[in-house]
Design a protein around this ligand. Structure first.
Ligand code: FES
Ligand code: FES
Length: 161
């Protein structure tokens, strides 16, 4: 079946089998391999993308369900050769080891900071609960989120803990 969708600002189409996931469409048909395929069961968050503005696990969405929809992947974040502040913060905080979880985490953090520019640590932990990392022990990731939030709000984190 043919699926047509807007990916990162451009209309794309691909022929996929009816059971294909959005993740398979993105990676295998469109060559957008930033979204990672780790569990294919919605357990790890490494495939996180935005579907019509909502954060989803692309492995849990059928490609057919995305027909006519707007998708943004991690590849949409860097602009004009410059990394997104969240990507820079992950690098600067040393929050990347093997990097397999990183695209999904970056997408989830960007999503969080759009909703809550100065989240509490509890809010961050809750927002990232669906993103698994086998390498970092999570502390560096929390540091990266704090760094990104500080930079994106000009260092003014308000009165929230
Ligand atoms: S690959 Fe989609 S949640 Fe793990
Ligand atoms: S850096 Fe390796 S899984 Fe997170």
């Amino acid at each position: 079946m043919r699926v047509r969708l807007n990916v990162n600002g451009a209309w794309r189409q691909a022929d996929v089998w009816p059971g294909a996931s959005l993740l398979a469409l993105l990676r295998d048909s469109l060559g957008l391999v930033g979204s990672k395929n780790a569990c294919e069961q919605g357990e790890c968050g490494s495939c996180s993308v935005w579907l019509d503005g909502e954060l989803v696990c692309a492995c849990l969405v059928l490609a057919a369900q995305a027909d006519g929809c707007t998708v943004h992947t991690v590849e949409s974040l860097a602009q004009g050769g410059r990394l997104h502040p969240v990507q820079e913060a992950f690098l600067d905080a040393g929050a990347v080891q093997c990097g397999f979880c990183t695209p999904g985490l970056v997408v989830a953090v960007v999503d969080l900071l759009r909703r809550d520019p100065s989240p509490s640590e509890e809010t961050v932990r809750e927002a990232l609960a669906g993103n698994l990392c086998r390498c970092t022990g999570y502390q560096k990731i929390l540091d990266a989120v704090r760094l990104a939030a500080e930079r994106m709000t000009g260092g003014d984190r308000g009165s929230r803990a």
